[in-house]
Design a protein around this ligand. Structure first.
Ligand code: SIN
Length: 483
């Protein structure tokens, strides 16, 4: 089915309490590269979400009582199965999401790496012993899983955004319910199939599929049995979900929108900066929250950098993600494509100049040409909004303090990047940027050992790294008297 060698990885029912749960009414999952329907998937609503929460609630007792080592063994098996099925999972991901196959397989490995990482971290959830202020008492801190965790995840990374939340939750001893984006449920369901084969007990991991995000999201954010909610997606939706969690005072962690500055100083290695920008900007056709969104280039190297970049961008190969050599796949939807087109048109009417691309490949498909825009200002919509498309807006700057101020002049604070060689400048700029993650002479910053997350309206909490378990644990203080 769908050209996979392991046909059972294509699942179309929601995964609740270890069972595949279908519905009478289903919704179509389509291939953005050609608009064709791939399969029909169960269309659950609030009832399905409640069943998933109940299953996770029941399973919590058993899962949290397992030793960290027992959980780690099952999670490691899950990781191994994901890597064994990397080709099939990659193909499925390209079919539903559109990204080039090499990138899709890379995402599968990236997602799996979080499962491996947290399987190892599970064994290092240490408590604390604190010197007591009085001789007849002892002060001890233990860490315990928060309980049932619910999650809503996006279409741009259908595997990895689930993996890094679920892995931390399961490692900590929590149980998990996820609602994947309706555009890309197949990767989530295939991951659930592999979790089942790995022996992860029923109810520990649940995947609820459905088109009615509002109804499902309401259950996942308001049900009192859910103790923590985590979301990756837009800031606008994130704010709404945070407010829904307020009624039951849930722990929340949010990976929200970005507006990443990418600064090229006059002492930068320009060739390295071009390569770093290609990696950061064109991953997933520019549809990532950490994509370079505003490119600030020092006036003295602006022309040289623009020429080198344009030459590289014009060589990028656009096409169906399954075609050999494709580097830029389709955008996810017609709305996404129109948004990109409008941002370019508005900027051009305010004085920006199209140096490469600037339009869709044809009027019917979702392919957009990689675009370079020169003479952009920080105030134009293409610089103040998250583009989520393959567009590079180039802005001139003259000095360090001015560019730090421009880079920070946004409500967002997820990722930032800069290229410079002067060591004093490297420290000043790294410390001056108000962002959760800073790439210094580097365009690819994501990995499981590092804390992924933002400040300001880009969210809270961290995913991955030794810090990534904290959001899934409660710290309990034991005061022992009578000694
Ligand atoms: C995102 O765009 O939301 C995630 C990107 C990453 O994990 O690198």
């Amino acid at each position: 089915m769908l050209g996979l060698s392991d046909k059972a990885l294509v699942r179309t029912g929601a995964f609740i309490n270890g069972q595949w749960c279908d519905t009478d009414e289903r919704f179509a999952v389509t291939n953005p590269a050609n608009g064709e329907t791939l399969v029909l998937v169960a269309n659950h609503g609030a009832d399905g979400a409640e069943q998933a929460v109940a299953a996770a609630h029941d399973a919590f007792k058993v899962w949290s009582a397992k030793s960290a080592g027992e959980r780690a063994t099952l999670m490691r098996k899950w990781y191994q199965l994901m890597m064994e099925h990397q080709d099939d999972l990659g193909r499925l991901l390209t079919l539903e999401q559109g990204k080039p196959l090499a990138e899709a397989k890379g995402e599968v490995a990236y997602g799996a790496s979080y499962i491996e990482w947290f399987a190892e971290e599970a064994k290092r959830v240490y408590g604390d012993t604190i010197p007591s202020p009085s001789g007849d008492k002892r002060v001890v801190v233990i860490k315990q899983p928060v309980g049932v965790v619910s999650a809503v995840t996006p279409w741009n990374f259908p595997n990895a955004m689930i993996a890094r939340k679920a892995a931390a939750a399961l490692a900590a001893g929590c149980t998990f319910v996820v609602k994947p984006a309706a555009e890309t449920p197949l990767s989530a369901l295939a991951m659930a199939e592999l979790a089942k084969r790995a022996g992860i007990p029923d109810g520990v991991l649940n995947v609820i599929t459905g088109k009615d995000s509002k109804a499902i999201g309401k259950v996942l954010t308001e049900d009192p049995r859910v103790r923590k909610f985590t979301f990756t997606g837009s800031t606008q939706v994130g704010k709404l979900l945070i407010s829904q969690c307020a009624g039951t005072v849930k722990k929340v962690s949010m990976e929200l929108g970005g507006n990443a500055p990418f600064i090229v100083f006059d002492d930068a290695d320009l060739d390295a900066a071009v390569q770093g920008l290609l990696v950061s900007k064109f991953r997933n056709a520019g549809q990532t929250c950490v994509c370079a969104n505003r490119i600030f280039v020092h006036a003295s190297v602006y022309e040289a950098f623009t020429d080198k970049l344009t030459e590289a961008v014009e060589k990028l190969k656009i096409g169906d993600g399954l075609d050999e050599g494709t580097q830029i796949g389709p955008l996810i939807s017609r709305d996404a494509l129109e948004k990109v087109q409008n941002l370019i048109s508005e900027s051009v009417s305010s004085g920006a100049r199209v140096v490469a691309g600037g339009e869709s490949v044809d009027k019917d498909s979702l392919f957009f040409k990689p675009t370079v825009l020169a003479d952009v200002s920080n105030e134009m919509p293409v610089a103040s909004e998250e583009i989520f498309g393959p567009v590079v807006p180039l802005i001139r700057f003259d000095d360090e303090q001015q560019v730090i101020a421009m880079a920070n002049d946004t409500d967002f604070g997820l990722a930032a990047y800069f290229y410079a060689r002067d060591i004093g400048r490297v420290w000043r700029v790294a410390e001056g940027l108000e962002y959760g993650m800073v790439g210094i002479n580097e365009g690819a910053i994501s990995n499981p050992a590092a804390p992924f997350g933002g400040v300001k309206q880009s969210g809270n909490g961290r995913e991955g790294s030794k810090y990534g378990l904290d959001d899934y644990l409660e710290c309990k203080y034991l005061c022992m008297g009578g000694i």
